[in-house]
Design a binder for this molecule. Structure first.
Ligand code: ZN
Length: 139
């Protein structure tokens, strides 16, 4: 079994930016030379998240709108008392969605559904430079 680790750097536009990383991850799998196994993508940071979505304009609005209902920006957050960085909601949203995802790899391709894309979700209140850790495991 082979283990291959890579970093994926992305620049986000700020809050609620949803970045399709599917192609980049497939390129990394190709570079890793792994045909069958799994790939894990991890966000080192507590205001970003990874998930999958059907990358179409409606859902790109529906997801942030739903997060606003679950953890509203103008609600009260204890985090603000300590840090005053205005992103209590960002941390809570990121924890709910989660910082990592694992996807099966078959014949060198992600085993995603036809309408399923892999995305990084910027939940912080400003544009950020992000480095995702991509770990491929397999043979
Ligand atoms: Zn904070």
């Amino acid at each position: 079994m082979k283990i291959f680790e890579a970093e994926l750097r992305i620049r986000t536009e700020g809050e609620s930016d949803i970045v399709d990383i599917t192609d980049e991850i497939e390129r990394i799998i190709l570079k890793a030379g792994i045909k069958n196994g799994i790939v894990n993508i991890f966000v080192p940071g507590s205001t970003g998240a990874v998930t999958t979505i059907e990358y179409e304009p409606g859902l790109l609005k529906d997801l942030p709108n739903t997060l606003e209902r679950i953890a509203p920006k103008n609600a009260y957050y204890e985090h603000e008392k300590m840090w005053h960085d205005g992103n209590g909601h960002s941390h809570v949203r990121a924890s709910i969605i989660g910082p990592s995802i694992t996807i099966p790899v078959k014949d060198g391709n992600l085993r995603l559904g036809t309408w399923q894309q892999l995305v990084f979700l910027e939940l912080d209140v400003r544009p950020r430079n992000r480095t995702l850790i991509v770990t491929c495991l397999g043979e």
